[in-house]
Design a protein around this ligand. Structure first.
Ligand SMILES: *Cc1c(COP(=O)(O)O)cnc(C)c1O
Length: 357
């Protein structure tokens, strides 16, 4: 068939969407490709669901996200007007791009980072410039000294897992007083440095976190922005320009229960951190270079193994990990930390692969 051009087609938006780690209906797969948490959310979340009064579904949820916002304000030790909640941190990030990155100057972010950033730039027509991370995959803070329309960095970075400390973040902030700096802390709970404490010092800082990884609630879609009340006010205004109710009442209540159960949260984090250290050693023993990770995944490469081939072989064996066919990282693999049992099965499969190649 000929590819006929319809007269209305030139009016359509041309976009290249972000591609998330794939999902599968097969229950027997070991899924280590989307940085999901292998453990369930807090049992307090289950209690909320069991006791949920469905009559309230006939009413709109609280547009401001209370009581989740109140629980988060207490958790972070900030005022409630410094907290914004949204439908996953992707929603919060997209709104932040719209709210804070409105300059003609390019925003800056690393060349190897969360691949959704350039997609939002394209969607919102935000000019941007990427800055090459070095050969050890470290971000150079001096790259962010030049004039710009804003800065966004994940800390820890994705997909490298490498994190930076307080001095590094302060250096970026000190050299970017006249734009908004967003730090995407999707993985910070797994041992990284959280710059929430710097909000007192820097009023142009916005910290974004998610319930998807450390709180085992990716399916519930909860994201948070923390910043000074003027910036949070703009986020709310922009949100209210397209949808007053980004968060549903179930997510608001379940999220609140999760925040209030700090003990379970810490226990789960500690289990994943211990498995990460154990897996790091196992991969090093198999000849891989493992980048130092403060997240719930490891980023690995092995000069004797073709990453793409190993990725495809494991997929046939029902083990999903993540491969990015991108410059500089096309012989690397990102592996989510699952349970010790899952990680043992994975390393057994890799041992076999090495034996047969
Ligand atoms: C997973 C992730 C997000 C988005 O998570 P949500 O599920 O939308 O909350 C944002 N930033 C980074 C760096 C991530 O890895």
């Amino acid at each position: 068939m000929t590819n006929m051009t319809k007269p209305w087609q030139d009016k359509l938006r041309k976009v290249e969407p972000y591609v998330p780690g794939e999902q599968s209906k097969n229950k027997n797969i070991i899924k280590l490709n989307a940085n999901e948490n292998p453990y369930p959310p807090s049992p307090k979340v289950m209690e909320v669901l069991k006791n949920m009064d469905t009559k309230k579904f006939s009413m709109y949820p609280n547009a401001g996200g209370a009581p989740l916002v109140d629980a988060l304000a207490e958790y972070y030790g900030v005022e409630r007007d410094q907290i914004f909640t949204g439908n996953g941190s992707d929603d919060v990030l997209a709104l932040s791009f719209m709210s804070f990155f409105n300059s003609d100057k390019p925003i800056l972010f690393p060349d190897i980072t969360y691949s959704f950033y350039p997609v939002w730039c394209q969607l919102f027509k935000t000019p941007y410039k990427t800055k090459a991370i070095d050969d050890n995959f470290m971000i150079n803070s001096k790259d962010y000294y030049e004039e710009n329309g804003g800065v966004i960095l994940p800390n820890p970075n994705a997909p490298t897992g490498i994190s930076e400390g307080k001095e590094f973040i302060k250096d970026i902030l000190d050299h970017n007083r006249d734009c908004v700096v967003i730090i995407d802390e999707a993985y910070v709970d797994f041992g990284g440095y959280s710059c929430v404490e710097l909000l007192k010092e820097y009023e142009n800082l916005v910290v974004i976190q998610t319930f998807s990884k450390s709180r085992s609630m990716a399916g519930m879609r909860i994201g948070v922005a923390i910043g000074n009340k003027d910036l949070i006010g703009v986020l709310n205004a922009v949100k209210n320009c397209y949808n007053s109710y980004t968060m549903d009442s179930v997510a608001i209540e379940c999220g609140t229960a999760s925040v209030k159960d700090d003990e379970y949260f810490r226990q789960t984090l500690n289990k994943i951190i211990a498995s990460r250290e154990r897996s790091t050693k196992a991969f090093e023993d198999l000849g891989f270079t493992v980048f130092p990770s403060h997240s719930n995944f490891i980023f690995v490469t092995n000069p004797n193994i073709k990453a793409k081939d190993l990725f495809e072989t494991l997929k046939k064996e029902n083990i999903f990990i993540r491969y990015f066919n991108l410059p500089r990282i096309n012989n690397h693999l990102r592996i989510t930390i699952g349970t010790d049992e899952q990680m043992d099965i994975l390393t057994e499969h890799i041992k076999n692969y090495i034996k047969n190649h």
